[in-house]
Design a protein around this ligand. Structure first.
Ligand SMILES: [Zn+2]
Length: 192
């Protein structure tokens, strides 16, 4: 990994554009030894002028209050889940979903088709925010080099280990990393 990478070097321009007037400031954030090579959702929230509160909340993982620009995240959930929740709520903010948006495992709370659609969009946004394709590839390339593996003939165990280590580095759950690897066709697109 180079010593320093700007967010604008890893996000697709059309993704960064979603942040409108803030896209430049976000593009200029850095991944570095000092900051860590994972996406800093707190810095992004700060640029968007959104307050993030960790609180004890029952039932839900988090919510976004679009009027007061406050994300509340369940402090009792593991760090990687909290990060995904914040990224999801940032999605509601950036995509301009009105009112109060929840992140909950109980999807039956969403009777409304529009709100259900917003949930799907916020999850997609969160995955792109935390696990951009270029960052997955760079991280995996570095791991492959460290381990002296042959990138052209990885076996299933090596692929599983890569996914697990990459999830740790990017501070996301293995489940979400597995989804992103599939959605980005990482191992079927000729990258490896
Ligand atoms: Zn939501």
């Amino acid at each position: 990994m180079p010593k320093k990478i700007f967010y604008k070097d890893i996000y697709e321009p059309n993704f960064l554009d979603k942040f409108g007037e803030n896209s430049r400031a976000i593009g200029n954030l850095e991944l570095s030894e000092e900051n860590g090579f994972f996406i800093d959702v707190y810095k992004i929230a700060e640029i968007l002028n959104i307050t993030v509160n960790q609180e004890c909340i029952s039932d839900d993982s988090g919510e976004y209050d679009s009027v007061n620009r406050i994300i509340t995240v369940n402090e009792f959930e593991p760090e990687c889940r909290q990060r995904f929740t914040i990224a999801h709520e940032l999605g509601h903010a950036v995509l301009g979903h009105p009112g109060v948006s929840l992140r909950t495992t109980m999807l039956e709370k969403y009777q409304d088709v529009v709100k259900k659609g917003h949930e799907v969009m916020a999850n997609k946004f969160a995955a792109e925010l935390l696990m951009p394709r270029n960052l997955i590839l760079q991280t995996m390339n570095e791991l492959i080099a460290e381990k002296n593996w042959d990138s052209k003939s990885l076996d299933n165990d090596q692929v599983d280990e890569l996914i697990s280590l990459t999830a740790k580095k990017l501070k996301v759950s293995e489940i979400s990393m597995n989804y992103s690897v599939k959605n980005n066709n990482i191992f079927v697109d000729g990258d490896y």
